[in-house]
Design a protein around this ligand. Structure first.
Ligand code: COA
Ligand code: AMP
Length: 634
């Protein structure tokens, strides 16, 4: 089912936005409660490329919670926590969520947290993660959530950069078959970081409590219970709501800044426009609060719109079976499900005929949204045929906070083309550029770039790094934001996102830097040089593989070194890197100027045909690499 209604208002709305962007965003801003409504919609002279709603003042938490109490939604479920990992679940009405968030804001304030202070949140998928985020927003403090699958060194890098006054964490996370003890990771990260937080608020989970460090650590729930309610603190629309670190091309992660005003306006606007949701509807985003999708659509978006959000601590398969997603949809009356294609591939692998789909009543489910990586057409077709609902791929990035392209339920859907991420959202003037920055004709592949200014909710800059922001995103094509995604726009205006133009890879919907993994491999005492590339993986989309050249005179056997390298990446970056394959080669293919030919290595690994690069110093190396890759496959 393609979801086509034949009556989409997309063209009309997109044209109206393009004709008068200020009028479009001024209308969208009316759906938000402001302490001081903005009179200026966009100031092109402020910041790096301009700022949205510069004279507005608001509080994000007020818009997510408090205003719904006045609108009679106090007894409506705001957040449903469903945890097959623990066998427990909980429902919080808007009134109950208000009570907990206002109190936890009091607990933070009692530890000196004020507007503008940073708070790092390193937590599993528990309601307290959302409570901590909203409590920061309530105080005007800036949260930075760190995904639980990152190792201590990655957490330390974020602590060093964000300089949090307080860290909020938990005693443990739960992965199938193992308990992830957070406290030792947290302690190691703090000792690695040059910056020390004043306090850590730790949620003690019954599955694995931990010992608290005297004078630094405080019990989350006890601190919350004894704290008074804190009111919302209005902040400037341009003040940061959060920093979310994402992979860059080096080991140093990029601190994406999200402001309060632009974020509230654009994310609220997307709820009806894109997802077709209104107050009272149930949205389930099967992702993690550590990713941008979790920020926008587990926490803020559904709550801005007065919906009920589902927070799930489990996996698509194995908790307990491939029917887990359909069970949650049925049990909680989910209207829109949003997940990553990799999750669907995991379900499809275990339940290809859809026997588990047939066991559940999915009559309330209206649409399935996918993002995080390109959805391969067979997976989209499989889901579409089984669910008989629109399956909508939409393209976005941590940097944007909402989609760049999609298919808009609020306008009436246009025909889905599987493999395409839909059409540009109103707000994005998307162009396809060649290497010289010239636009290429429709149907031709180039770099996808957005003509400045970026719409509200997109990053105004990187945390304390305007220059890195300019050089990473704005300098390649002056006047444009470089998405670093390659693709094309077809004759009918559909966007096809094909691959990254940098060394970022996408593993199970997780964005990872091969450069960061290379830095870790290069740190092994026996490694002279190395290359990491992402090769095709039928479940995770891509998987990293490392090729290493050993230092002359190394006597250790290759299998031991390979094992050590796998362990080192897990220790330094974390299990999320899913780095399981390191192979020793005699030499790496390079250009005459010494640049490693990673693109060619990837093609060899994927079994694609490749042209021998004319600049290669010795073409025979390519055969050697092919032999090593084939030998390991056997
Ligand atoms: N804390 C600690 N460890 C974590 C973790 C967390 N929050 N999340 C993942 N990990 C670990 C996993 O346990 C796994 O460890 P292992 O090597 O010991 O098995 C490792 O990190 C790799 O995880 P992942 O790549 O996610 O693989 P998986 O086999 O656990 O699960 C999928 C595969 C497809 C089910 C899973 O990746 C998934 O649901 N992906 C969806 C991603 C998503 O929502 N992306 C957001 C964009 S919308
Ligand atoms: P992240 O910042 O983790 O959300 O990852 C963003 C990157 O994931 C993008 O730059 C793309 O490379 C990829 N991506 C996300 N969504 C899609 C999609 N729908 N289609 C193709 N690629 C996608």
């Amino acid at each position: 089912m393609d979801g086509s209604t034949g009556a989409s208002r997309y063209d009309e709305v997109y044209a109206a936005w393009k004709a008068d962007p200020d009028a479009y965003w001024s209308r969208a801003a009316r759906a938000i409660d402001w302490e001081v409504a903005p009179r200026t919609i966009f100031d092109p002279k402020m910041g790096v490329y301009g700022r949205w709603f510069p004279d507005g003042r608001l509080n994000t938490c007020w818009n997510a919670i408090d205003r719904h109490l006045g609108a009679g939604r106090g007894n409506q479920p705001a957040l449903i926590w469903d945890s097959p990992m623990t066998g427990r679940s909980a429902t919080f009405t808007y009134a109950q969520l208000h009570d907990r968030v206002a109190r936890f804001a009091g607990a933070l304030a009692a530890r000196g947290v004020e507007a503008g202070d940073r708070v790092i949140i390193y937590m599993p998928m528990v309601p307290e993660a959302a409570i901590a985020m909203l409590a920061c927003a309530r105080l005007g403090a800036v949260h930075s959530v760190v995904f639980g699958g990152f190792a201590a060194a990655e957490l330390a890098a974020r602590i060093a950069d964000a300089k949090p006054k307080v860290i909020v964490s938990a005693s443990c996370g739960l992965e199938p078959g193992r308990v992830v003890k957070y406290k030792p990771l947290l302690d190691a990260a703090i000792s690695l970081s040059p910056h020390q937080p004043q306090h850590c608020l730790i949620l003690q989970r019954p599955e694995q409590p931990c010992e608290l460090t005297p004078s630094r650590d405080v019990d989350f729930l006890a601190a919350e219970a004894e704290a008074p309610h804190m009111p919302c603190v209005p902040v400037a629309a341009t003040d940061p709501l959060y920093i979310l670190y994402t992979s860059g091309t080096t080991g140093a992660p990029k601190g994406i800044v999200r402001d309060n005003g632009g974020h509230a306006v654009a994310v609220m606007n997307s709820m009806a426009m894109l997802y077709g949701l209104k107050a009272g509807d149930v949205m389930w985003t099967a992702s993690d609060v550590g990713w941008v999708v979790g920020h926008s659509y587990i926490v803020y978006g559904p709550l801005f719109a007065g919906c009920t959000t589902v927070m799930y601590e489990g996996k698509p398969v194995g908790t307990p079976d491939p029917g887990a997603f359909w069970r949650v949809c049925q049990q909680h009356g989910v209207k829109v499900l949003f997940t990553a294609p990799t999750a669907l591939r995991a379900i499809k692998k275990e339940d290809p005929s859809g026997a588990f789909v047939a066991k559940h009543d999915l009559s309330k489910l209206e649409a399935l949204f996918l993002a995080g990586e390109r959805c391969d057409p067979p997976t989209a077709e499989w889901a579409s045929a089984l669910l008989k609902k629109p399956v909508i791929d939409h393209w976005w990035q941590t940097e944007t906070g909402w989609c760049i392209s999609g298919n808009f339920r609020g306008f009436g859907l246009f025909e889905s083309r599987f493999g395409s991420g839909g059409k540009p959202a109103p707000g994005y003037d998307l162009r396809v550029l060649d290497e010289g920055g010239q636009e290429v004709p429709r149907g031709q592949i180039g770099t996808l770039a957005v003509k400045l200014p970026l719409p509200p909710s997109n990053l105004p800059t990187l945390w304390h790094a305007d220059d890195r922001f300019r050089s990473a995103y704005l300098e390649t094509f002056p006047g444009y934001y470089n998405t670093s995604d390659a693709g094309m726009v077809d004759a009918d205006g559909y966007v096809w996102v094909m691959s990254r133009t940098d060394d970022i890879i996408n593993v199970a919907g997780h964005r990872l830097s091969t450069g960061a993994m290379e830095e870790v491999l290069a740190g092994h005492p026996d490694v002279a040089e190395c290359a990491v590339v992402g090769v095709k993986d039928s479940l995770k989309g891509q998987a990293p593989i490392g090729l290493v050249v050993l230092k002359a005179g190394t006597t250790k056997d290759e299998a031991t070194i390979a094992k050590e390298l796998v362990a080192l990446v897990r220790e330094k970056i974390g299990p999320v890197a899913a780095f399981k394959d390191a192979r020793v080669v005699a030499r790496l293919p390079k250009t005459r100027s010494g640049k490693i030919l990673r693109g060619t290595i990837r093609k060899i690994a994927d079994g694609e045909t490749y042209a021998v690069p004319p600049t290669i110093d010795d073409p025979a190396i390519l055969d050697e690499i092919g032999d090593v890759l084939k030998a390991a496959e056997k």
